[in-house]
Structures are given as structure tokens and as C-alpha cells.
Design a protein around this ligand. Structure first.
Ligand SMILES: *Cc1c(COP(=O)(O)O)cnc(C)c1O
Length: 832
């Protein structure tokens, strides 16, 4: 045994020894021994794969050590981050940077004629999320590992991530994201940790050996959950945490009876149904569509994760479940994993034999819930009928949770039937539904919003009745982003300039960027700062030229709106302003405006008709503008297809203007706003989400705020005073813009195409209010603020000063700060 340990240590040394020669040797070894290729017949993909594997080698021993350390201590509290989405992006560069191996590996492979950037571009994005919510989960994993907290991410290993968007004739088309087709070098399958997940069936009661009435869930249909682990590497600290993603696998490859009877294809049906659970990510962002497969996905990963968490707990603490909340905290990323609450109750009651009071006490000291949206169409509500069919025992438990809770509420607020109706987990009516948000609030000890404004709205509006019952449960955790990916990795030149000026402590403590304020009067520094932005713009222009055959002027203002396409995010307001400028230039081609390039990136949910129509409008306007020789020296419009993490990393360093123009009160936080400001873009935005806090940090004079406040929007809607038709009638510019959209100016071959946009603004469609998102109310304010941007950009020195002050002052929006707040105020956990 001793000798085996020695051999292992030796092989570890040779595997992980640093130095150019070792890297090259490991590279060739993987190419030869793992992939069975020699250098000559290997493809670029093989080379990427061999490189990723040699990086993984250097991760694995850190991983084993980190996990061993967690097991060796019984005074640590583990954090479990449950999320349906992890929008990770690529890992090669990120892992190299966090391991501080970038320079060494780059040099080693350059010597053998390979280019790190080129190989890195071959890696498919891990696109296991839709947008902000999923990217937040990925940033959090980076910060948890970097700060050294004992954290685990749990989610689903979707075989197909967010669809690939292509644009055909201006329309979005979706292609499957087959990201695993050539293998995934980062994951390790852990068959030995496979668990069984049950569905359907029925419940029955029985009396146990001690004479207690108990319940059990029987006659279920079962599926296997197989975990795949991806190491999450902390920056420069040798920590490797785990992201565990579950894949669904049928218990039987085929049904034997059918197979015997010659029904060959039929015998495979059950397998296909079982394995559909982890097949594909639902592509909706902030929208709920009550599908059976979706709730199956939710229960599937929640049940597998809880079994894993409890196995780990029992290995250390046996049946001492009273210790459970001291040793574990489970953070629910939105309501998607909320079934964990009744599932933990079911395990404690039915499998571990605890009484209700004890089980409920443990459960409500374990869960914490993060709310991500106040939009009613995004709130998950499952039909009781469907719920009962799929999870009969959980429904019984939820009825009991609700009955006990409502009893307490009636004692606290006698006769307040309205309150009872609002806080009940069940929504009565034609179709009775289970409200997952209410279940989450009732079953958690902490409820947090993701920006100060958003949390205030939760307290005052959405969860007002709960706030009156439990004011102490509610707290704010303003979102953040990891500077390792969103500055160090994506903007190496700016990173270098910053480090030369103030040192590299910002990589682990972003507020140190404050020291850059000493350079705002330093003309040579500002010139270098400008030159880096300019070089990043040229690089993006090259990408656009190569991929879209549109040439961009790097001296123009790069005005960027990149985020999911959603009516509340108001890409349409941006387009209206572009049409407004187009009309001004048509009337007066010599009009003195600084050239501007409007850059869009946005996926629309495949079933979201209006969002897809707005994508077509952007592309139609782009065609007209870009082809008009009178206009295209001053205006360009580019829609970059397939917006994802890797594209964000290319676009953000090149942005001058960051469009954060949602209807006030609708954007819970935003994180794109933070990434862009950190890279020296100036924000034009409403007082929504984290924009409010960004404004406080950067200073009123370094941000362009416009439009109605959330309170004003709320009052106008409440009083029904808002009438977009009056604005249309009285504002000639707005009327002209809307008429052009309506009459097919941008799409003469099918002039009716955009009628629904016009209809929806002036009259409302599909039961919506006219101009639901207050575009016309904010248009003048937006347009006037854009004019100030135009003026300021000509003052190169002033502009760059403000841009640098943005970089210097947004350090607070690091996800390291967010995670420290979660750890100290919610999780009560310490670093190991
Ligand atoms: C940061 C990010 C988002 C979130 O952007 P918002 O502007 O906050 O909505 C969405 N998608 C990707 C790929 C991102 O990197």
C-alpha cells in the first residue's frame, strides 16, 4: 500500500510539474495515449481536447485535496446552490487563468506551433442557461471557489443547451445546440453516485413497528440520475469545488415483454421518455409555460441533489438530523428548485421517521430563496391536477404545510380573508394551482431580491403580505459579476494597463480599482485607456466584417444593447431612436452627429412572437440604414447572431455606450450593466434594477439616466392616466416613426409584417395594455439623453475621464462582494 501511495505521488509530480517541457510532454501524451492520435493526423479539435485534458490533470489533484479537506472537518457548513441553469461559457482560458498557468501553457504550445486563442475558439460554450439568472449562477460558482467557501452547484446536464440562433432573411431561426457531440473534456462521470428518482404512483398509509401512522409513496415510475462533475477552480488558491449536473438514464434499456413479442421499437419507448428529462433546456427567459416535462426536470434534479446531500451528511453525522441546518444551507435560485422544500419534508417524515414539527423546523432552517423577477407571467404555478398525478405525496405534504401556515396567519390577522387568499400556497379558481413563490417564501428562512429597488418592490408590492408576517426574512443581495472572466479574461489589454498602474490586487478585491481615480487627470494614461478601447473596437469590427460582411468604423460610437430579447427590456425603444436619427439624416444629410454604430445581440424565446418580430424589425432597419449611402457614413446597425457568453466577451470590451433601458420596475437587477461599466462603457439607462446603485457609485455626472421612475410607472398604471394614443397624436416624430413601422417602410416586400408592433403600442394586443412597456412615455426623454451622449463623445478627454471613473467606481459589483454578503448574512458559513 505504501508503495502504491509513493507511485501515485510520483506520477502526480510528473503530471503536474510546471515548465514548458512538461506541458509539451503532457500534451503529446494526451494526444497519443488518450486520443490515440499522432501529431500529424490529429485535428485541431484533438489538439484542443489534449490541451484541455492536460489542464484538467492539473485540476484533479487540487480537487481531490479540496474535497478531502471538506470531509476531514466536521465544523464546516456546506453551501448548496440549486439552479436549473448554469450559463458557463468556455472553460479553457478561464481555468488557465484561475490556475495562473496561462503564460506557461501559451509559451509551451506556441513553441510547437500552436496558438492558444485559435484552439480556445474551438471550445463550444456550455450554454446551460438562458440569460442573467444562469450567468449569475456561473459567476457565483467562481466567487465561491475563489473565496474558498465549501460550495457545490447542482443542476441538470442538458444534452442540448440554449439553441443556436441563426438569422435567415432577418428572421431568427433556432438550431439545436449539440454541445456534447465531440465530448466534454472537463466533466467526469460518477456512475457510482447514481441515484433513483421516482414519479407518478400513489400514496398509502400504514402503521410502523412502533405503532405510528406513517405514509409511503408506491407504484412509482422510476428514472436514474447519473451525476457528471465539473471542477470549479478558485483563482490562485488551489481550491477546486464541484458543479454536479444530473443526466437522466432509463432503468431498463428496453421493455423485455415487448421485446420478446417482437415489438422492437415499442420496447425502447420507455427509455426515450425517461431520458427526455435531461434532453434540452427550456428556452424561456422570465416566462413560465406550465409543461409536464418542465416540472419533471425540476423534481428530477431536486430529488437527485437532495439524496446526494443527505448521503454526504449521513456519512459524517449519521441520523443526527437536528444538526442538518448547522451543516448545510440550500440556496434556491428562483422557484425552479422549490420542490426541494416538500422533498426534504418527505424524506424526513416518510424515510427518516421524524415527526412533523421536527421535520418542518429542520426544513425551514435549511432553505433560502432568491427571487429573480416580479413579472406575473414569470411566476411558476403548477396545476394541482398535474401536480397530483406526478407527485402525489408532495401534494399531500404541501396541503399540510399550507393548512398549518394559514392557521397561524388567521391567529395573527383575525378575519383578514384577503391576506389569507394572497399568502395561500394554492390559488383557487377554475383551475386550482400551486404557487411556487408562496411555497418558497413559507419554506425558507431567507428571501432575497437581487438589487435594492427590486427588494423594495418585493417588500412593498409582490410579497407585501408575507413581509407583514415575517419582516425579518426579507433581505437584499445586489447581484455581481466575476472580474476574473469579465475583465481579466475578456479584456487582457485593459487588465494589463490597470495592473501596471495600481497593481493586481483588483483581481481578488475589485474595489481596489478605486485607485484608478488618481489617473483621471493623467493625459497619457487616458490616451492609453482610449487606445485600448479603440483596439478592442477594431477587433470587434474585424469579427463583424468576417462573419457578417458589414464594415464598421471604429471611430464611431459603439452603442451596445446585448441581452435577451424581451419587450420589457425595450430593444424597440432603441430601434425607435435609430429610426428617429435616420429620419433626421434623411431630412438633412449634413446634420452634424457623431457617427454611431448600434450593436444588438439577443435571443428570443422560440415561442415569443413579438420578440421575434422585433428581431426582424432590427434587421430590416439595419438593411435600410446600412445600404443607404446618404446615411451609412453616420449610422450603422448590426445584429450579431447567437448572443452567448463567448460573444459577450468579444463585444463588451469594445462598447462605448451600454443600453440599460428597461421599463422602470421590471428589470430585477441586470448584470450586463455591470460588465459593460467595468469595461469602460457609459450607461444610458432608466432608474431600474441595479442601475440605481450603479448611478450612486459612479456619480450622477458619469451616467445618463432618463425616463419615468418605477414609482411613476406604477402610479400611471394605477390611475389609468396613461394614453399612448394621445402622445401619438401630439408628437409628430413619434407618429412618423410608428407610421413607418406600420406601413412597411422597412419591409416593402411584406408591408403588413410589423403591424402588430404598431397595434400593440397604440391599442394593445392579446389582452395586453396599450404600450404596456411605456415606450412612448419615455421616448422624448430617451432621445434627448442620447443627444447628450452625442455631444459628450466629441469631448474626447471628458468622455474618457467619465469612462475611467466608471471602471474605477464599479468594484462593488464584483460577485465576490455578493457572495461574501450571502455567506455572512444568509449562509452563516466560513471559508475553509
Ligand atoms: C450577462 C449576460 C446576460 C445578462 O444580461 P442582462 O443585460 O443583465 O440581461 C445574458 N446573457 C449573457 C450571455 C450574459 O453574459
Amino acid at each position: 500500500m505504501k508503495s502504491l501511495v509513493k507511485v501515485m505521488e510520483l506520477s502526480e509530480k510528473s503530471r503536474t510539474a510546471s515548465g514548458t517541457r512538461e506541458v509539451q510532454r503532457n500534451f503529446i501524451e494526451h494526444l497519443n495515449l488518450t486520443l490515440g492520435k499522432d501529431v500529424k493526423n490529429s485535428t485541431n479539435w484533438d489538439k484542443f481536447y489534449a490541451l484541455a485534458l492536460l489542464v484538467k490533470d492539473r485540476v484533479v489533484e487540487r480537487w481531490l485535496r479540496t474535497q478531502k479537506k471538506y470531509y476531514s472537518k466536521d465544523d464546516i457548513k456546506r453551501v448548496y446552490y440549486l439552479s436549473m441553469e448554469f450559463l458557463i461559457g468556455r472553460l479553457l482560458y478561464n481555468n488557465l487563468l484561475n490556475l495562473k498557468l496561462e503564460d506557461e501553457v501559451k509559451k509551451a504550445i506556441e513553441e510547437i506551433g500552436l496558438n492558444l486563442d485559435d484552439l480556445s475558439e474551438l471550445e463550444p460554450d456550455a450554454g446551460l442557461g438562458n440569460g442573467g439568472l444562469g450567468r449569475l449562477a456561473a459567476c457565483f460558482l467562481d466567487s465561491i471557489a475563489t473565496l474558498g467557501y465549501p460550495g457545490y452547484g447542482y443542476g441538470i446536464r442538458y444534452e442540448y443547451g440554449i439553441f443556436k440562433q441563426v438569422i435567415e432573411n432577418g428572421f431568427q431561426k433556432e438550431l439545436p445546440d449539440d454541445w456534447l457531440k465531440n465530448g466534454n473534456p472537463w466533466e467526469i462521470e460518477r456512475k457510482d453516485r447514481t441515484v433513483k428518482v421516482r414519479f407518478y404512483g400513489r400514496t398509502e398509509s400504514y402503521t410502523d413497528d412502533n405503532g405510528n401512522l406513517r405514509f409511503r409513496w408506491v407504484d412509482t415510475t422510476d428514472v436514474l440520475a447519473v451525476p457528471y462533475d465539473t471542477p470549479v477552480i478558485g483563482y490562485g488558491n488551489n481550491v477546486a469545488n464541484t458543479l454536479r449536473l444530473w443526466s437522466a438514464k432509463a432503468i431498463h434499456e428496453f421493455d423485455f415483454d415487448n421485446f420478446q413479442r417482437g415489438n422492437y421499437v415499442k420496447s425502447m419507448e420507455a427509455k426515450a421518455i425517461a431520458e427526455a428529462i435531461s434532453k434540452v433546456l427550456y428556452p424561456n427567459d422570465a416566462f413560465y409555460a406550465g409543461r409536464e416535462l418542465r416540472i419533471k426536470q425540476e423534481y428530477f434534479f431536486v430529488s437527485a441533489s437532495l439524496q446526494d446531500i443527505i448521503r454526504r451528511f449521513k456519512a459524517q453525522f449519521g441520523n443526527r438530523f437536528y444538526l442538518f441546518p448547522q451543516k448545510n444551507v440550500i440556496q434556491l435560485n428562483d422557484t425552479h428548485p422549490a420542490l426541494a422544500i416538500p422533498e426534504l419534508m418527505r424524506i424526513l417524515l416518510d424515510e427518516e421517521g421524524l415527526g412533523w414539527e421536527k421535520a418542518w423546523d429542520i426544513t425551514t432552517k435549511t432553505f433560502a430563496y432568491t427571487n429573480h423577477t416580479v413579472m406575473p407571467e414569470a411566476l411558476e404555478k403548477w396545476e394541482v391536477q398535474l401536480f397530483e398525478k406526478l407527485l402525489p405525496r408532495h401534494l399531500e405534504i404541501i396541503y399540510e404545510i399550507n393548512a398549518r401556515f394559514l392557521n397561524k396567519v388567521s391567529e395573527m390577522f383575525p378575519g383578514d380573508l384577503n391576506k389569507i387568499r394572497n399568502v395561500s400556497i394554492f390559488e383557487e379558481g377554475n383551475i386550482k394551482q400551486v404557487r411556487m413563490a408562496n411555497l418558497s417564501v413559507i419554506g425558507s428562512y431567507s428571501v432575497n431580491g437581487v438589487s435594492r429597488l427590486h427588494t423594495d418592490i418585493l417588500k412593498e408590492k409582490v410579497f407585501k403580505d408575507f413581509y407583514e408576517i415575517w419582516p425579518e426574512k426579507f433581505n437584499n443581495k445586489t447581484n455581481g459579476i466575476t472580474q476574473r472572466r469579465w475583465l481579466l479574461q475578456c479584456n487582457p489589454e485593459l487588465s494589463k494597463l490597470i495592473t501596471e498602474a495600481i497593481g493586481d490586487s483588483w483581481i481578488l478585491d475589485l474595489e481596489r480599482l478605486k485607485d484608478l481615480e488618481n489617473f483621471v487627470e493623467d493625459k497619457t494614461f487616458l490616451e492609453k485607456f482610449y487606445e485600448i478601447k479603440h483596439a478592442n473596437k477594431k477587433k470587434l469590427a474585424k469579427y463583424v466584417e468576417e462573419h457578417l460582411d458589414i464594415s464598421l468604423d471604429p471611430y464611431s460610437i459603439f452603442d451596445v444593447q446585448i441581452k435577451r430579447l424581451h419587450e420589457y427590456k425595450r430593444q424597440l425603444l432603441n430601434v425607435m431612436h435609430i429610426i428617429y436619427l435616420y429620419n433626421l439624416l434623411k431630412e438633412n444629410p449634413s446634420l452634424d452627429i457623431h457617427p454611431r454604430t448600434f450593436i444588438f445581440g439577443a435571443k428570443a424565446a422560440p415561442g415569443y412572437k413579438m420578440a421575434k418580430l422585433i428581431i426582424k424589425l432590427i434587421n430590416s432597419v439595419a438593411d435600410v440604414v446600412n445600404k443607404d449611402p446618404l446615411i451609412n457614413k453616420k449610422l450603422k446597425v448590426v445584429f450579431i447572431p447567437n448572443y452567448n457568453v463567448s460573444l459577450a466577451e468579444k463585444i463588451i470590451p469594445a462598447a462605448n455606450v451600454s443600453e440599460q433601458i428597461s421599463t422602470a420596475g421590471k428589470e430585477a437587477s441586470g448584470t450586463g450593466n455591470m460588465k459593460l461599466a467595468l469595461n469602460g462603457a457609459l450607461t444610458i439607462g432608466t432608474l431600474d434594477g441595479a442601475n440605481v446603485e450603479i448611478k450612486e457609485r459612479v456619480g450622477d455626472e458619469n451616467i445618463f439616466i432618463f425616463g419615468l421612475t418605477a414609482e411613476q410607472v406604477y402610479r400611471m398604471k394605477e390611475s389609468q392616466l396613461y394614453n399612448p394614443y394621445d402622445i401619438y397624436n401630439s408628437n409628430e416624430q413619434i407618429r412618423k416613426i410608428l407610421n413607418m413601422i406600420n406601413e412597411g417602410y422597412f419591409n416593402p416586400e411584406n408591408p403588413d409584417l410589423f403591424k402588430d408592433i404598431f397595434q400593440s403600442i397604440l391599442f394593445g394586443i392579446n389582452g395586453g395594455q396599450p404600450d404596456e412597456y411605456m415606450l412612448l412615455a419615455d421616448f422624448d426623454s430617451y432621445k434627448n439623453t442620447q443627444k447628450k451622449i452625442d455631444a459628450l463623445y466629441r469631448e474626447k478627454y471628458e468622455w474618457n475621464k467619465k469612462a475611467l471613473l466608471n471602471v474605477a467606481r464599479v468594484g462593488v459589483f464584483s460577485s465576490d462582494r455578493t457572495i461574501k454578503e450571502y455567506a455572512e448574512n444568509i449562509w452563516k458559513t466560513k471559508t475553509v
